[in-house]
Design a protein around this ligand. Structure first.
Ligand SMILES: Cc1cc2nc3c(=O)[nH]c(=O)nc-3n(C[C@H](O)[C@H](O)[C@H](O)COP(=O)(O)O)c2cc1C
Length: 186
């Protein structure tokens, strides 16, 4: 199963970096597959550790996926055993040590051992609005190379289900997503 989470790595200047990643989940081993050219890819290759932040706050997915890195700084504490940050808004987290890396075309598969974990609050799940916003956000990260027709229906769907089922977090996330997509297209 793939769990959508916020992965934290550490840049060469020691600053924590946050980016959403689909994590292939396991009890003791998890796998992360970042694309070449991303900071997450560079940081995992250079520093061999990371933190998986599990959160139901969809606003974090939008901002950490689409904002410029310099604006992505989130309130967090440093992890105890590995390079990476634990978000203040986290439900639970896992500290990861990379045990193996395998190149797979455009991506590298990092197999990671879970060396520590913690839990801050209940994970409420993603409602329909949050799930639709996640889908549209993933498509928005690929909008430079995907045809515009692939993003617009996902944004429409996210609007529709956020009106029906969204709370404050989903409404704010959607507004931010629409603003960032607008900025990116102008
Ligand atoms: C829910 C979600 C899941 C994602 N999963 C992945 C993934 O597994 N691998 C990947 O390379 N990018 C993934 N992305 C896109 C990255 O988060 C995005 O491109 C981000 O800016 C990473 O680049 P960076 O490390 O340079 O910040 C995902 C985005 C979202 C919203």
């Amino acid at each position: 199963m793939i769990v959508e989470a916020i992965l934290s790595t550490v840049d060469s200047d020691g600053v924590a970096h946050f980016a959403p990643m689909g994590i292939l989940w396991g009890d003791r081993i998890v796998e992360v597959l970042p694309y070449r050219g991303s900071r997450t890819f560079e940081n995992l290759t250079a520093r061999r550790g990371a933190v998986v932040n599990v959160t139901d706050d969809v606003r974090l997915f939008v901002s950490c996926a689409l904002e410029a890195s310099s604006r992505r700084d989130r309130l967090h504490r440093p992890a105890k055993n590995v390079p990476g940050g634990v978000l203040d808004e986290v439900c639970s987290y896992r500290e990861l040590e990379i045990v193996r890396a395998v190149d797979e075309g455009q991506r590298r598969r990092f197999l990671c051992s879970v060396v520590a974990s913690g839990r801050d609050r209940e994970f409420l799940g993603f409602n329909r609005a949050a799930a639709a916003i996640l889908e549209a956000t993933i498509a928005a990260t690929r909008r430079s190379w995907l045809p515009p027709e692939s993003l617009l229906p996902l944004l429409d769907q996210a609007r529709l289900v956020t009106e029906k089922t969204g709370g404050r977090r989903e409404i704010e996330a959607l507004r931010h997503l629409l603003d960032l997509c607008e900025e990116g297209s102008s």
